[in-house]
Design a protein around this ligand. Structure first.
Ligand SMILES: [Zn+2]
Ligand SMILES: [Zn+2]
Length: 338
């Protein structure tokens, strides 16, 4: 080997080592498969009040409002009160049902700790503890003990807690990222993170948690206005094979749903290396879709419909947010890369 050829090989070796160091040797994983064959979509709201706590209308009126507005399921979640769906069985049919629920309402010092229990088998008593995290955890555990699924409500209500507390919790899969009540501070501000930021913190740290949108409605009478707690503002659309409380709640906890404040999806197709969102056209509204990864980084912004993201390698998870030209959103759940 001549000295010249040796030098060439050395340069090639150093250059390729530098390339790998700079750009990384990216593993091209695949999206976790989703078994959605034969499933349909069901629209529902998991957080609403009646005269059984601080709402202004009785359960029958509230349930009828949702039924008449195209919802398929509703959880009446009164403060520390379980409304028995069987008492309103006459409202249920093949496309509408009530699911048992309760807003387990506790607190730590002056901070509200509200955790919804979905499909609980009995009334859950609010729990107290000597720490904020302990209070949250005890209420989650009490809901699980009653065979229910917990969802953590409005963390920014009275600026109660954020991702630092939420990261320490166990056995919770659902977090309100949008709540329609006027004083819950969904978007953060004044140095406090918004709910999407909080969610991204948790996902980036490796917690598998799903983001839900809810009404938390109290006011069904009188004027509907931005400063009142009216229904129809935030909901979830869940996939299921059978239209039953058990499967709807189980699939919520598997992330087989999207959350919305007004944008509808016709489908979300997850393949090993791509995600495709088919956005439902609504009048002449236009759509922008952002696919986001760890750290809340926008990996791709597109105005195409369907909106398609192809794995590049190195992603931990990918979630999408669709915004329409009226300022409404749909949030898909993260799809994790294995
Ligand atoms: Zn609450
Ligand atoms: Zn509430």
């Amino acid at each position: 080997m001549t000295r010249f050829r040796f030098q060439n090989r050395l340069i090639l070796f150093v250059a390729s080592a530098a390339f790998i160091a700079l750009f990384g040797c990216k593993e091209s994983g695949t999206f976790e498969a989703q078994d959605t064959a034969g499933m349909q979509w069901y629209k529902g709201n998991t957080h609403t009040h009646t005269t059984n706590s601080d709402g202004d209308s009785p359960p029958e009126y509230v349930a009828s409002w949702y039924k008449n507005h195209g919802y398929n399921f509703l959880v009446l979640s009164d403060h520390n009160f379980l409304t028995d769906p069987a008492a309103y069985a006459y409202l249920a049919d093949s496309s509408f049902m009530l699911i048992a629920g309760e807003e387990v309402t506790s607190g730590f010092e002056k901070k509200p700790v509200h955790v919804n229990g979905l499909n609980v088998s009995r009334l859950v008593q609010p729990q107290k503890d000597s720490t904020l995290v302990g209070t949250l955890q005890k209420n989650i555990d009490a809901i699980r003990d009653a065979d229910g699924a917990p969802h953590i409500n409005h963390p920014n209500f009275r600026w109660a807690f954020d991702h630092r507390a939420l990261l320490q919790l166990k056995n919770d899969k659902l977090l309100e990222i949008y709540n329609g009540h006027p004083t819950v501070h969904n978007w953060g501000g004044g140095g406090f993170p918004g709910m999407e930021d909080v969610w991204d913190h948790l996902l980036t740290a490796g917690k598998h948690i799903y983001g839900i949108a809810v009404d938390d409605a109290h006011h069904f009478q009188g004027e509907f206005a931005a400063n009142r707690s009216n229904p129809g503002r935030g909901w979830v659309v869940v996939r299921a094979r059978t239209f039953s409380p058990a499967e709807i709640i189980e699939n919520l906890e598997k992330g087989l749903f999207y959350a919305s404040t007004g944008v509808a999806l016709d489908d979300m197709i997850v393949e090993p290396s791509r995600v495709e969102l088919r956005i439902r056209q609504d009048q002449d509204f236009r759509f922008t879709t952002e696919f986001m990864g760890a750290g809340g980084d926008v990996l791709l912004r597109t105005t195409e419909n369907p909106a398609i993201y192809v794995l590049r390698g190195g992603e931990k998870y990918v979630r999408a947010k669709v915004t329409n030209s009226g300022g409404a959103f749909a949030w898909t759940q993260p799809v994790f890369v294995q």
